[in-house]
Design a protein. Structure first.
Ligand code: ZN
Length: 553
């Protein structure tokens, strides 16, 4: 670690000397003056307003979110950013909520003529159906490891097993030998669902790893089971996004319940856990049938993305857009019989929105050659819905979006020494990010937590899926104060405060670090929006090959 960081520091110092990031549209002085408009006091005021109890945790579709959306629009207006939604600042996203009737949730094992019913919440959770009022499916269970088919890595959990008409049981994540963002891709539940369905699977049982249990115990996690509706965005034909009608039942089970399901199977759950951890394929039919059944209720709501624009100054480039995003929504109020039920989301993601607002202030004062969009996104916490909606229904021509820079939960729990840009290694965005980090005195570090699959877990991935090079910025694990262990504080936040009511203004916040980070975030946009060359995926890059638009599209 230490050696690595020293190398990174040396490299970043070199790039300070090598690069003078000056957009051609304005003088060095103008850019510097624009950056100086970003102040610590205003950053803090944004976070305080958005994370206040009065916003009630900004849940998509709720009044607290609308309040926050209104705040963002007013801030944009005051800065001289112009509206770029369909309805002024807003682009409404129609949402379908679907909620399971907990009483109806059924999970029965059928083995050797004997039926064993598991208990909802104690043993399993179950997904509601976004379209059907009820579902029932009975089928044999096939264990498929991580459910990953990665032929370019010589790895397939589906080799030698037939899952047609079966329920697949699988772990989250992907085998460790597949590295970095590719692992994140194979770990994404959408990719896994598509793979399993293409092979005829009709149901899913999600298994819990030891690591997941360590991170958050089932005992703790089960308190929130079935408390909140799930959501999908709905297209003009009324179809919910990300819906697979082939899936007739889907449940998650505790480790204890998994031991029961694997019971008399050719492979024990212990062996399955060991194999999955070792990245070995151990897929097998479990010789047990399972019935999954549930009833769902549905409702509709609408929640807007808030979109502002600063028009570019170069007639040749002004019809191309750099898109800044940060999700504005959070979890709302979740009543789990605790004193504080408001999920304020100060870090997740009031902080990200605050940084984006201040970046917008700089661009409004000193526009770049390309146009820049600033989008406060809705319904990220419901599954990247606001960004997926925008990426599929953009307010500007899809092919004119050149890059996405996303912020989600930037933590300033200690004086931050480094900056991480998830996904930068895949495209030419790497250069601008590295230069911007160095210009603000940050070390530029690689992904410190590849096992968390961050690159596919926030809004930038919606853009990646549309072929747009993207980065997701966070402060790294290195503390400028050597007596503070940054990684320890990060992991503590993830374990004890992430998605909890305690993610509020009582958390430590190093505002000076936030300010410098906001400046670096802004510089990245200036670099990209000021460069006549459009960002490109790296030659032969995994994501570029998968998603890039053909030229001229
Ligand atoms: Zn979140």
């Amino acid at each position: 670690m230490t050696i690595f960081y020293r190398t990174a520091l040396a490299l970043s110092l070199l790039s300070v000397v090598a690069c003078t990031p000056t957009p051609e549209h304005s003088t060095v002085d103008e850019t510097a003056a624009a950056l100086d408009l970003i102040t610590l006091e205003v950053l803090e005021a944004h976070v305080r307003y958005l994370a206040d109890d009065a916003r009630e945790g900004r849940e998509a579709g709720e009044p607290g979110y609308d309040d926050a959306a209104n705040y963002v629009a007013e801030q944009f207006a005051a800065m001289g950013v112009v509206p770029a939604g369909s309805d002024g600042w807003y682009k409404p996203v129609e949402l379908r909520s679907y909620m399971i009737d907990g009483e109806s949730a059924t999970f029965i094992l059928h083995r050797d003529g004997q039926d064993t019913a598991l208990t909802y919440r104690d043993d399993f959770s179950m997904s509601a159906d976004a379209v059907r009022e009820s579902t029932t499916v009975r089928a044999e269970v096939v264990y498929v490891g991580h459910g990953v088919h990665a032929p370019t890595h010589g790895y397939s959990d589906y080799e030698g097993v037939d899952v047609s008409g079966k329920i697949v049981a699988l772990f989250r994540g992907a085998p460790e030998q597949i590295e970095g963002s590719e692992r994140a891709y194979y770990a994404s539940s959408r990719v896994k669902t598509e793979e399993a369905i293409s092979r005829g699977a009709i149901g899913f049982i999600s298994l819990r790893s030891r690591k997941a249990e360590e991170r958050r115990s089932w005992e703790d996690a089960k308190k929130s089971i079935g408390k909140k509706a799930r959501m999908a965005w709905v297209n003009d034909e009324g179809q919910p996004s990300g819906y697979f009608s082939e899936v007739q039942g889907s449940a998650s089970i505790s480790i204890a319940a998994a031991e029961t399901v694997f019971g008399l199977s050719p492979i024990s759950f212990e062996q399955a856990l060991d194999a999955a951890e070792a990245g070995e394929v151990a897929s097998a039919a479990l010789g047990v049938d399972v019935t999954l059944a549930q009833r769902s209720t549905h409702s509709s709501s609408s929640s807007p993305n808030v979109i502002g624009m600063v028009r570019g100054t170069d007639p040749d480039l002004a019809d191309e857009y750099v898109v800044y995003t940060a999700h504005l929504d959070h979890l709302g109020v979740i009543d789990v019989d605790e004193e504080d039920s408001i999920h304020n989301g100060a870090y997740d993601n009031a902080m990200g929105v605050a940084l984006m607002l201040e970046t917008a202030r700089a661009f409004a004062a000193a526009p770049a050659r390309r146009s820049v969009l600033f989008i406060a996104l809705t319904a990220e916490e419901k599954g990247l819905l606001g960004s997926d909606y925008f990426a599929n229904n953009p307010t500007v021509p899809a092919a004119s979006i050149v890059a996405n820079i996303n912020l989600d939960m930037p933590l300033f729990l200690y004086p931050v020494a480094d900056l991480v840009a998830f996904g930068s290694q895949h495209s030419s965005l790497h250069g601008p990010v590295e230069a911007a980090a160095a210009a603000e005195g940050f070390i530029f570090s690689p992904d410190p937590i590849p096992e968390e699959n961050i690159f596919v877990r926030s809004d930038q991935f919606s853009f990646v899926r549309q072929g747009v090079p993207a980065v997701f910025l966070i402060p790294g694990f290195t503390s400028a104060d050597e007596s503070i262990d940054g990684e320890k504080l990060f992991r503590d936040h993830l374990k004890n405060h992430y998605h909890e009511p305690s993610d509020d203004m009582s958390r430590p916040i190093y505002w000076e670090s936030a300010l410098r980070f906001a400046r670096a975030h802004t510089r990245i946009g200036y670099e990209i929006a000021g460069d006549a060359k459009r960002p490109v995926w790296n030659e032969g890059d995994f994501f570029g090959e998968k998603y890039a638009r053909p030229a001229g599209d």
